[in-house]
Design a protein around this ligand. Structure first.
Ligand code: COA
Length: 324
């Protein structure tokens, strides 16, 4: 079994609040707050990159694990907004960090990316293929938002969260991870342009194909139904009751989705990590940022059960149960 031995996170300094967005698109602080729970989000400054955010979050995670960059043997970056299509953002991070003993690769499962990464990371450690692994979820969503589309630009933000994983010594660690995909609904949330299907052209740019598109309301309904089932089956798999959970750390897409999951599990909101009011939806970064905040605030202690769950483009959904 693997265990998280260090956490770290980084969010850019620039804050865009709902009132700033009122000046850009036909929206209101009231609509955004009521429908999503989001009050503000961060955006990365021009000239800074995804791997820069990974670097800051990684340094903090390494420090909290008491490790040096050269101790790391594998780096996984979960992202859908990497520095460039190739090389991987993980390879660029490896260089910036000076983690010369680490192999490095990216994975993309959109908002479920961190938990997909955690599942892969856990398997590397369980098989003995990795001893000290750095996993990061990091997104520069702001660069892929259509600032003329009020249905998406109010939702997303930038940020990065990192964890260090090592083999567990006792019975505490990642108990199980669960991954799911339904690719039939790939077009519910997608970024159609810029890949090999639709390379950049003046037409694709004119048609605004290089921005995130989302069928929000349909996604919302599926997310609520799916996440309840996912949370219950993850707990059942481990013979843990919802009442035994010390903390639920959900992906931060919409406060109404988070509250619905908590309510169906009968978990009070003071045992649920929420930070989307400050950062919006940071996709693969939302769970590791929230985890870092919860750890630093002393809200989880050794032996606590912590449930992580996410839902996103693919469609993908994933969970992990941790005995902290
Ligand atoms: N400001 C003001 N009005 C807005 C708006 C905005 N920013 N965005 C949409 N609206 C309008 C719509 O145009 C629509 O108007 P109409 O009724 O005149 O057509 C109305 O508000 C309701 O839109 P709808 O999309 O049905 O709202 P909603 O309650 O579903 O909330 C989301 C929209 C996107 C916040 C919500 O559906 C959501 O969070 N979806 C899930 C996202 C998710 O989990 N994604 C997976 C991870 S990325």
């Amino acid at each position: 079994m693997s265990r998280i031995t260090g956490t770290g996170s980084f969010v850019p300094a620039k804050i865009i609040d709902n009132f700033d967005l009122e000046k850009k698109v036909d929206t209101s602080d009231e609509w955004i707050t009521e429908r999503t729970g989001i009050k503000a989000r961060r955006t990365l400054a021009t000239g800074q990159t995804n791997s820069d955010m990974c670097l800051e979050a990684s340094k903090r995670a390494l420090q909290s694990a008491g490790l040096k960059a050269k101790d790391i043997d594998l780096i996984i970056v979960a992202t859908m907004s990497g520095d460039m299509p190739m090389p991987s953002t993980a390879a660029i991070l490896q260089s910036k960090l000076g983690a010369k003993n680490a192999a490095a690769f990216d994975i993309n499962a959109a908002c479920s990316g961190f938990l997909y990464g955690l599942s892969v990371a856990d398997k590397f450690i369980r098989t003995g293929a990795s001893q000290k692994l750095l996993l990061i979820g990091s997104e520069v969503n702001s660069r892929f938002l259509d600032w003329k589309d009020r249905t998406t630009c109010v939702l997303f933000g930038d940020g990065a969260g990192a964890v260090v994983l090592e083999p567990a010594k006792g019975k505490r660690g990642i108990l199980s991870t669960h991954l799911h995909t339904d690719g039939n609904m790939w077009d519910f949330i997608c970024l159609p342009g810029g890949g090999s299907q639709l390379p950049p052209s003046s037409k694709s740019i004119r048609d605004r194909m290089h921005f995130i598109k989302m069928r929000g309301n349909e996604t919302f309904k599926i997310a609520v139904r799916t996440l309840e089932k996912l949370a219950l089956s993850t707990l059942k798999h481990n013979n843990v009751k919802p009442s035994e959970l010390a903390m639920l750390i959900p992906h931060q897409a919409n406060l109404r989705i988070i509250a619905a999951t908590a309510s169906r599990l009968n978990i009070p909101m003071d045992r649920v990590a929420v930070n989307l009011d400050k950062y919006g939806n940071t996709s693969s970064a939302s769970i590791p940022i929230a985890l870092d905040e919860v750890v630093k605030a002393g809200r989880i202690k050794d032996g606590d059960y912590v449930l992580l769950e996410a839902f996103g483009s693919g469609l993908t959904w994933a969970s992990a149960l941790i005995k902290w």
